[in-house]
Design a protein around this ligand. Structure first.
Ligand code: MG
Length: 258
């Protein structure tokens, strides 16, 4: 099932996206499906007539995982870490499909990172890897936009990966997805830049969620970013980045300078 958050000019709603590419319709549901069973309101709108929003606004946290693909660790000049390398991002960094990513004043090296994002569905603490499917609500695409100069200069990643608009999520959440071997791609102005697979993760999704839950209580709506394959690069104002995860869809955002 594909769960979208959207607006037609009124308050945001949630809906189930139905139909084949080009013919999709959003079937509105009552309330927030993260917290209540799916009940359709009966209202249906063609997808092209809605504005999609970030499918989830994390209530408490976005957890990022650094260097989780060996080829990306090497392009950054290192080896993959011996254990998952976690960082935290404030929920104010999250934006949705089509929203502008504002290049921060004071950084001159901003990069895209195409990633699979895990959306947590239940309160979870000390979850063993084999029980992780019980606490995952679904998956979406993420762009882990990073100010490389700030990442290098600050010595920790809060500012480099947490500035406003740096965490686009979308276009929707797909529940019931086998994420063991999915293509993860990015394009810059239509040109392919990253073309990896989740099969090449150093630590797989069950390991990451279990590891994160050992340190933090995970809450419904928390998001875990799972790392990016090789091919990252710098962007300039006016450029468009598409993140595609097989089985989910495509998240498109354009970079602007204000
Ligand atoms: Mg990343």
């Amino acid at each position: 099932m594909r769960i979208a958050r959207y607006t037609t000019g009124e308050d945001p709603s949630y809906g189930v996206v139905e139909g084949d590419p080009g013919q999709e319709v959003v079937a509105q549901v009552q309330g927030d499906p993260l917290y209540q069973p799916i009940v359709f309101t009966g209202e249906r709108v063609p997808l092209e007539q809605v504005r999609l929003l970030a499918p989830v606004i994390p209530r408490s946290k976005v957890i990022g995982i650094g260097r989780n693909y060996a080829d990306h660790a090497r392009e950054m000049g290192g080896e993959p870490p011996a254990r998952p390398m976690m960082f935290l991002v404030p929920n104010t960094a999250v934006v949705g499909p089509g929203d502008p990513i504002v290049l921060p004043a004071g950084s001159s090296e901003v990069s895209y990172e195409a990633e699979l994002a895990v959306v947590i569905g239940r309160i979870a603490k000390d979850v063993p890897p084999e029980r992780v499917p019980e606490v995952v609500y679904g998956y979406t695409c993420a762009n882990d936009v990073t100010a490389r100069d700030w990442q290098r200069d600050d010595g920790q990643w809060a500012r480099a990966k947490g500035f406003d608009t740096s965490k686009p999520l979308g276009p929707w959440i797909v529940t019931d997805l086998d994420v063991a071997d999915l293509a993860v791609r990015s394009t810059l102005d239509g040109e392919t830049r990253q073309d990896g697979t989740t099969a090449d993760m150093v630590f797989d999704v069950p390991t990451l969620v279990s590891y994160a839950s050992a340190a933090f209580t995970l809450l419904p709506g928390d998001v875990i970013l799972t790392g990016t394959p090789a091919g990252v690069g710098l962007v300039e104002a006016g450029q468009r980045v598409e993140v595609e995860v097989e089985g989910i869809g495509t998240l498109t955002n354009t970079f602007v300078r204000r």
